[in-house]
Write a protein that binds this ligand. Structure first.
Ligand code: PNS
Length: 166
C-alpha cells in the first residue's frame, strides 16, 4: 500500500500548544509526518529557521507519538518542498472560521500549482482555538505567564529573545 507522507508547514515562530495538538493528531492519521518551518526573509521572525527547528525538535523529543516525526525547513514554494520530500498531503490547522478564508485561498493556490498534493484541515482541541504565535509573542513582550500557551522550553527561549529585542 502507498505510504502516506504529510507535510505540516508553518512559520512556527514559535511553536505553540495548538501546533503540537495538530501535530499529534496528524501523527495518528499519516504514516509519516514532516514538520517544515517556512523561512522567509521578507517576514520578520523572532527566531531564526534553525532555532525554530530546534525548538520543535526539543518539544517533541519525549513524546511517544512523535517517534516518526521529522522536522526540517524550507525557503520558496511549499509545493516544491512537498514534491522534494514526496509528501502527498499538506496539513493545516484551522482554529476558527476567520482562519478559513486565508486557508482556503492558500489550499486552492497550492492545488493549482500541484494538483497531486491535497490539503487536509485539522481542528485543534477547543482549548487551543485562540492560541496563535502572535498572541504568544505579545504576552511574552509584556512579561505575561506563557505556561498555558507554549511548552516551558519555548517560554524560556522567548524570554531570552525578548531581552535581546528590548
Ligand atoms: O504559520 P503560517 O505563517 O500561517 O504559515 C504560512 C505558510 C508558511 C505555510 C505559507 O505562507 C507558505 O506556504 N509559504 C511558502 C510560500 C508559498 O508556497 N506560497 C504559496 C501558497 S499561498
Amino acid at each position: 500500500m502507498k505510504k502516506t507522507i504529510a507535510l505540516y508547514p508553518g512559520s512556527f515562530d514559535p511553536i505553540t500548544f495548538g501546533h503540537l495538538d495538530i501535530l499529534e493528531r496528524a501523527s495518528r492519521l499519516f504514516d509519516q509526518v514532516i514538520v517544515t518551518v517556512a523561512v522567509n526573509n521578507r517576514k520578520n521572525a523572532v527566531f531564526s529557521g534553525e532555532e525554530r527547528v530546534e525548538l520543535i525538535r526539543d518539544c517533541i523529543k519525549k513524546e511517544s507519538w512523535a517517534k516518526d516525526i521529522q522536522v526540517d525547513q524550507f525557503t520558496g514554494l511549499l509545493v516544491d518542498h512537498a514534491k522534494m520530500v514526496n509528501a502527498n498531503t499538506l496539513i493545516r490547522g484551522v482554529r476558527q472560521i476567520s482562519d478559513f478564508e486565508y486557508e482556503f485561498r492558500m489550499a486552492l493556490t497550492n492545488k493549482r500549482l500541484a494538483p497531486e498534493v491535497d490539503t487536509v484541515f485539522l481542528m485543534p482541541d477547543e482549548h487551543f482555538t485562540f492560541i496563535s504565535a502572535s498572541i504568544v509573542k505579545e504576552v511574552a513582550h509584556w512579561g505575561g505567564d506563557l505556561s498555558s500557551f507554549v511548552p516551558g522550553i519555548v517560554a524560556e527561549a522567548l524570554k531570552e529573545k525578548m531581552k535581546d529585542i528590548e
